[in-house]
Design a protein around this ligand. Structure first.
Ligand SMILES: Nc1ncnc2c1ncn2[C@@H]1O[C@H](COP(=O)(O)OP(=O)(O)OP(=O)(O)O)[C@@H](O)[C@H]1O
Ligand SMILES: [Mg+2]
Length: 155
């Protein structure tokens, strides 16, 4: 079940949505972004980072490393699991150690579908669907009260 569905008509709308989310985030947040190549995961992440007052020049998909770390109102750990084969490989690279860092900050995981079973009880799942060149359907699913109230405020 989805708690909130957002229809984005432009990159700017997706970015603005991310910004709104970033402004509302508290320490101990894990956000899993799910969806195919080019659906808008990094763009939403840039918006989230802007909302957390991260210097945006730093924010790009961490293609050659698993995680990029940014300093804003809270530390942000931006993970991109595109190259991750399977969960076993996830354990090898210490994915649980990365996830544990969320306690002090915010973790945003692109290709989060690869580690769904490792997400903490309280997390936000965001699923993107490409509707057309400029349109995206973005579905939010919250586990835990904190994220439920966060996405209520996005309406
Ligand atoms: N409504 C929209 N929301 C988000 N992105 C959009 C939208 N319309 C067009 N786009 C375009 O789609 C692309 C999204 O790129 P982005 O890097 O954010 O995707 P991604 O999901 O991170 O891809 P990858 O899987 O390669 O990491 C951008 O070029 C952006 O301009
Ligand atoms: Mg990306």
């Amino acid at each position: 079940m989805n708690d909130f569905v957002f229809l984005s008509n432009s990159p700017a709308a997706t970015y603005a949505l991310g910004r709104k989310i970033g402004e509302r985030l508290t320490a101990g947040s894990v956000i899993a972004l799910i969806g195919e190549l080019g659906c808008g995961k990094t763009l939403l992440t840039r918006g989230i980072c802007a909302g957390l007052s991260v210097n945006l020049r730093q924010v790009n998909s961490p293609t050659f490393v698993i995680v990029n770390e940014y300093q804003g109102r809270l530390p942000v750990y931006h993970m991109d699991l595109y190259r991750l084969g399977d969960i076993a490989e996830g354990f090898e690279i210490g994915i649980l150690d990365y996830l544990a860092r969320a306690e002090s900050g915010v973790i945003v995981v692109e290709w989060g579908e690869k580690i769904l079973s490792l997400l903490p009880d309280e997390s936000l799942r965001v699923r993107f669907h490409i509707l057309s060149a400029r349109k995206r359907r973005i579905e939010f699913q919250a586990t835990g009260g904190k994220f439920r109230s966060l996405i209520k405020g996005l309406d």
